[in-house]
Design a protein around this ligand. Sequence first.
Ligand code: ADP
Ligand code: MG
Length: 311
Amino acid sequence: RAIVRDLDLLEAKNPVLKPQPSSIIDPTVFEKRFLKKIRELGEGHFGKVELCRYDPRGDKTGELVAVKSLKPESREEQGNNLSTEIEILKALYHDNIVKYKGICLDESGQAVKLIMEYLPLGSLKEYLPKYKSKTSLATLLSYATQICMGMEYLGTKNYIHRDLAARNVLLENERTVKIGDFGLTKSIKENDGYYVVKDENESPVFWYAPECLTQCKFYLSSDVWSFGVTLYELITYCDSSKSPMHLFLSMIGPTQGQMTVMRLVGALKEGKRLPRPEGCPEPVRNLLLMFSICEAIVNFRVKDQFQSLLG
Ligand code: ADP
Ligand code: MG
């Protein structure tokens, strides 16, 4: 008892010694030393995502999380981008958007990693070619509906995603998909309803609507065009020989850099579009064509049409 009294006394004199009640510990700050890498999950232009176990007790009972960081070569110029992505994802709550879990700081207290929930089945781009036989058209249309719901929510928050594609849609399980990768996402709040791109290098041009390519302007409805291209990817089960890039390139011939964009715009102006995928029902093809008239569509309420196709 004497020892306890001495300890209490010591704590009273030195408040820093007092153990912090656990509610004060911020559960969204992950300590680097407890993040144990298991394997790589994937990478895009700027970032890479790893599967890690957050294991403060060190007995492998900790939870699995997906950890996104910038590739070393993009750290300099893209450093800010990850913090923007973190701020955006942190404020999004929707069943069809990947869940934010927290951040991991470096020694100087800067956020260097984004911690998200781990979605074990990966992206549609990896999943669909593998599980083609057990994925019916009805399931694909249900994924499409869910993407619409996530995108509609994103629009209500005045964000344009700017990188909607099968590689950025993740599966929670065989029935549920979630939109991920908010690395190119921009707010249109202070921008007259559109965002003007400053740095167009590395843009996913084959997913982009004409106004994005010719004027570098992005509207909420520009995402609808990308959704059409994503729907095309779904219906082709992300077969790489039929990928939008592959098909557009065979349409316009092999080119590089700005020339690609110019020829792509030319082809789109002539009315050239991705072909109707094998086994794609007429109503879905009509929807696909409708998405390419993107100015005519202002939101993702088209989900109702998918639901009616689902019966
Ligand atoms: P980038 O900005 O580099 O494209 P993404 O956020 O798109 O990074 O992630 C790259 C890839 O990592 C995705 O295409 C997907 O395969 C995988 N991935 C990303 N987030 C998760 C996650 N939460 N769970 C499982 N796999 C993921
Ligand atoms: Mg990506």
